[in-house]
Write a protein that binds this ligand. Structure first.
Ligand SMILES: [Cu+2]
Length: 100
């Protein structure tokens, strides 16, 4: 019984909520999300051209590189923080992420 409970706890922490963020018309949709440590963000690209998503936030740093149209890329949130995600190709794109 103890092992089952332990397995459940580990599973919950390993498989947090996946937050879908689309990139369409050079906009992150939605433009802000609130998530928990261990959750993931899956970036989609519904535009007919490449996008990118990155953050300089030290505790959650990521850069998904060049994201082709129709491609999905997933990143995991590692620490409590509030930070911005930007697209290196389109500097006006902004996603606000709160991890609590
Ligand atoms: Cu972009």
């Amino acid at each position: 019984m103890r092992n089952i409970l332990l397995t459940l706890l580990v599973s919950v922490s390993l498989f947090g909520t996946d937050h879908i963020v689309d990139q369409k018309n050079k906009t992150f949709i939605p433009h802000s999300i609130t998530a928990k440590v261990g959750d993931t963000i899956t970036f989609k690209n519904s535009d007919p051209f490449a996008h990118n998503a990155y953050t300089d936030n030290e505790a959650n740093e990521f850069d998904i590189g060049m994201q082709a149209p129709g491609e999905d890329k997933t990143v995991r949130l590692k620490a409590k923080a509030k930070f911005n995600v930007e697209c290196a190709i389109h500097p006006n794109m902004l996603l606000e992420v709160t991890v609590h």
